[in-house]
Design a protein around this ligand. Structure first.
Ligand code: COA
Length: 173
């Protein structure tokens, strides 16, 4: 099994995987929309002898700080592993490979929406601890699932209140 960058020939494999791992087609549509919008900052696949068994996407995210500054980072997701290949470390390998690579590029931080029980192993913390909230969650109902981690030393912001915006491609799916 190899973790490698997505190639065009993987389109059908990733699509099938996302439809198998998630209950609906939204995540598969989202990945197609992100690629079409050139918002696929980093897309990795787990390739098991030519079969795509895992995938992770990172896309650009803008954080609007209350005093008017914009900060730029990435959002993780979707991430998925073929049901019959889950709990073998493939999700961990994809996420860690992506985070390590983005850190070498100097990307300062990564946000995500997901189960804290899974993502705390990668040192993600509630974004609320940075005073950040997700623009798509004005009443804060998803706050525990909205998480962040710095990718490079010193990239944690000042603690000013800020709102995080995913790429507009997320709104169309
Ligand atoms: C979440 C997912 C990508 C993890 O991939 P994976 O290859 O199975 O994960 P790993 O093998 O690296 O890690 C497995 C561990 O994660 C745990 N885990 C998986 N999903 C979890 C969740 N939602 N909440 C808490 N723990 C979870 C497993 O119980 C296992 O725990 P263990 O290490 O104590 O045995 C995969 O389960 C998946 O595709 N799920 C369906 C799609 C999905 O929900 N994607 C994430 C959306 S936020």
């Amino acid at each position: 099994m190899q973790i490698r960058a997505f190639e065009i020939k993987d389109e059908d494999g990733v699509d099938a995987l996302l439809k198998a791992a998630f209950p609906g087609p939204e995540e598969a549509r989202l990945v197609i929309a992100l690629r079409a919008a050139d918002a696929d900052t980093l897309e990795l696949v787990a390739d098991d002898h030519g079969r795509i068994v895992g995938t992770v996407m990172f896309s650009p995210v803008t954080t609007r700080v209350e005093d008017g500054d914009d900060l730029f980072g990435v959002g993780l997701g979707p991430v998925a592993v073929m049901p019959e290949h889950q709990s073998r470390g493939i999700g961990t390998a994809l996420i860690e490979a992506g985070i390590d690579y983005l850190a070498t590029l100097g990307v300062p931080w990564c946000v995500l929406l997901g189960d804290p029980d899974y993502y705390q192993r990668f040192d993600f913390k509630p974004a609320a601890s940075w005073n950040w909230s997700w623009a798509g969650d004005p009443d804060g109902a998803c706050a525990p699932a909205f998480q962040v981690r710095p990718l490079i030393t010193g990239s944690a912001p000042s603690g000013k209140v800020a709102t995080v915006h995913y790429h507009p491609a997320f709104l169309g799916v």
